[in-house]
Design a protein around this ligand. Sequence first.
Ligand SMILES: OC[C@H]1O[C@H](O[C@H]2O[C@H](CO)[C@@H](O)[C@H](O)[C@H]2O)[C@H](O)[C@@H](O)[C@@H]1O
Length: 642
Amino acid sequence: KKANRDDDIEESSRPPPCDSPIYCYGDILHTVQTNSIYTDSKTFVDMKMRNPQNKTLLLFEEFMNSTGHAPTKTEIEVFVNNTFEAAGSEFEDWDPSDWTEHPKFLDNILDPNLNKFASSLNEIWKLLGRKMKDEVKENEDLYSIIYVPNPVIVPGGRFREFYYWDSYWIVRGLLRSEMHTTVRGMLSNFVSVVERIGFIPNGGRVYYKMRSQPPMLIPMVKAYLDVTNDLDWLTENVWLLEKEFQFWMNNHTVTFEKDGVSYTMARYYEISSGPRPESYREDYESAQYFRTDAEKNLFYRELKAGAESGWDFSSRWFISESYTNKGNLTSIKTSHIIPVCLNSILYGNAVLLSEFYTQVGNATKAAEYASIAEQWQKAVTAVLWHDEVGAWLDYDFVNEVKRDYFYPTNIAPFWTHCYDPANRENHVAKILKYLEKSQIMIHLGGIPATLEHSGEQWDYPNAWAPLQWIMIRALNNTEDPWAQRLAYEISQRWVRSNWLAFNETGYMFEKYDATVAGGHGGGGEYEVQLGFGWSNGAAMELMYRYGDKLTAEDYFTPNDVSSSAFEQQVVVSSTGQLLTGILVLIISLATGFIGMVVYKSRNYYAPAPSTMTNKKGTNPATSGSLYRKRVAYTELKDLNYD
Ligand SMILES: OC[C@H]1O[C@H](O[C@H]2O[C@H](CO)[C@@H](O)[C@H](O)[C@H]2O)[C@H](O)[C@@H](O)[C@@H]1O
């Protein structure tokens, strides 16, 4: 029905996720992954080949012949162990030379518990640093890792390589830790990848080569320049930042009509064939729901587009037969949705490119990008802002339906200033009402990704650092005192929840539980991971910014509550709103209580320290002992009553 350039590509001529017949497609991958040789499908595709690719293929052929093409699981295990080295063998020890024990930002953090916490987070960078062996550069074909010249800070756990959007929050934390050389190296890695591959893949592995992640390179560079003013780096690399921006314009935009007007906007989109190699078994099994190969391949593409969004997976990308967000993974239609966050980020990137070109003295390019930004902002407002709802909403351009569901990203245009300043007051007032109506502040552990309880990891009740960040920065950027107070309250809850979990377990988590302060997240297709890059970076930056106010103590003392952002709003509003405010307050307190009393403590254990060890095999919290402390995980029902 709509322009969808690549939907016409013949299935047989679609490229695989990368050109490796070991790591991206073919019989070895299929046999190892569908036989569940490893609990986590990512393990196999991260292993190094002991022999060149052709010999590995030959050995596999011989192995299959010798087992009558029906090997047992144990035989496959033996084959893999003989033919591949353990995952993670591409790295060598690395101590960042720019690491310091007492970066200045710590002096901003007055609460002694939080100060100690921030200091521990500063320590964790040393455990998350990875440097590739020279041998990787010389024999790249033996590995699935994408070679980069400088060391990187990785998210942690199973995520042993760089991740594109994670790096934004990692970089922000590293800048607080004054690790400017490390950041410069990571940025140089990224632009070298853009030069070689044309864009930044989802992560630093060949199997991510056909998709990206939310385009955060330009904002990363902005954060670096704000601290270092390194114009030499910018002058040398601005053309590669532009190249990355153009990749999104050329490969991720779609043109559609709305109310008789034609718009070109961006979406997440992927065109390769087959399952995600790193989640091959999971995708392959889910695809059995579909009958034809064409349907299966379409499903795989939508999954990969979902992974590109960073929200893998979420009801945010589900489209049911009646065009709602109900359903399960088989309802995924990521590419049909124009997301608020992606389009806001691209607007912000155009503005920054214009600023960068001004800085390096190219007025023509500066004007060109300012004009792109202006057009983009108009499209975001026309298509995604809904005055009657009081928020920006994702848009299903295929079915022509607005996606009226709460996501923290619904206020992303405030984050990147992607709106007409003349509408600021109207937008702020409406957004505050919208957030109040969405009852987001009843959550003591942070803002949930969605209000749907689908079991996917980017759904209720999981709360993620990048989403807290987007909300906090968006509310702050409005310059409205109530919105800013709300931003502070979210920061307080988030940092306190991170601190509580860290205090109890010695770990930082990839995701948290919005319904319980100090609870970590769950769901999705892999165990919750420890480390964790973006959680650390976001918490450090928030502790720095609100260092004079944040406390590790329980926030809900009567005095604090009486000055909460929503109540301040109520004081000057109507009686109806006063009652709503009181109700919200009661629900807040009650939910905290229910959260503690009603949660079903799962038979759930934090992952073993193998996911969070330093290079010597010990972990900071337990000195190498097996840590299996029970951590609370709630199963409160989702908040959508429809
Ligand atoms: O292996 C499954 C998926 O794992 C990644 O996604 C999750 O972790 C990333 C690293 O922290 C994060 O960027 C992403 O938002 C998470 O959902 C990976 O990015 C996916 O592509 C992959 O299929």
